[in-house]
Ligand binder design. Structure first.
Ligand code: FE
Ligand code: FE
Ligand code: ZN
Length: 277
């Protein structure tokens, strides 16, 4: 069965997200842990959580993916900005332990002129401070488009980070189709080649989730602008290849396309119709 969902608003809580997911044909979903620009998270409601856990069991909703605020920068040269990233991520992970076995995706960071090596070291230090051997949450590093001084546009950079983290078994990778194409991995012309490259550098078993986004801009443009499925440079046929790829087909897929709920419902329906496994 295709594991498919989309990004949902978390403003009404977990049970509401579960019900919304079901109403659009999804069996998983992604959400921001708090305002995507940062700031305080709403207190968790234990009743909402337990109602959600029961609802998701009954309705086969699983593998939920939390997304860290995209303004965090674990690689900043400013101590205060790094400290804020650390506190936010640590708090998010503690909260996610109330829905055990969840995934938590973050953008590795931007080195803002310090160079990739310094940036990577700062990210490693942060991860080594926040990960505990007891946590059930898997932290995912997202593949980036390489916009500006972003780290994570190359599989080697993600490998370098993961290889230096003590509890690296708590880490995985989220592959974003728009970002990798934008970042210089030509999944449109050579999906197999990119997947073997990923396997060679990172190990395919580290791939835990896929963001499904078409790309508004062309190959290697480093722009990071998502498009609706079939309305960008990747095209619908490529997404059929991605979800059916023997190394990918059992992974959870999350749409982050510029859509309202009805647009997501249609994309989910389309992807289900293209799934042949
Ligand atoms: Fe992201
Ligand atoms: Fe993404
Ligand atoms: Zn993006």
């Amino acid at each position: 069965m295709l594991r498919i969902g989309c990004h949902l608003s978390s403003s009404k809580g977990y049970l509401a997200m579960g019900k919304t997911a079901k109403s659009i044909g999804a069996n998983t979903f992604q959400f921001f842990t708090r305002n995507p620009r940062g700031g305080a998270a709403k207190p968790l409601d234990p009743e909402d959580i337990s109602a959600f856990l029961e609802y998701s069991k009954e309705n086969d909703i699983s593998q939920i993916l939390a997304h860290a605020p995209y303004t965090l920068n674990a690689a900043s040269k400013d101590n205060k900005i790094r400290e804020f990233a650390l506190m936010t991520m640590r708090d998010d992970i503690q909260r996610l332990e109330h829905t055990p076995g969840s995934m938590y995706n973050f953008h590795p960071g931007s080195h803002v002129g310090q160079g990739t090596d310094v940036g990577i070291t700062l990210i490693v230090e942060l991860l080594n401070e926040i990960i505990t051997p007891e946590q059930t949450t898997t932290i995912l590093l997202e593949t980036m488009a390489g916009k500006g001084s972003e780290i994570g546009g190359k599989f080697e950079e993600i490998y370098e980070i993961m290889s230096r983290v003590k509890y690296s078994d708590k880490l995985g990778v989220c592959l974003d189709t728009c970002h990798v194409f934008d970042g210089g991995y030509d999944i449109k012309e050579n999906l197999d080649g990119v997947i073997s490259e990923f396997d060679k550098v990172l190990g395919i078993e580290k791939l835990c989730a896929v963001h499904l986004n078409d790309s508004l801009h062309g190959y290697e443009s480093h722009k990071d602008r998502h498009a609706k499925i079939g309305e960008g440079h990747l095209g619908t046929a490529l997404f059929a290849e991605v979800i059916n790829h023997p190394k990918l087909s059992t992974l959870p897929f999350y749409l982050e396309t510029p859509n309202e709920l009805d647009g997501y419902r249609q994309e989910i329906e389309l992807l289900k119709s293209l799934y042949t496994k």
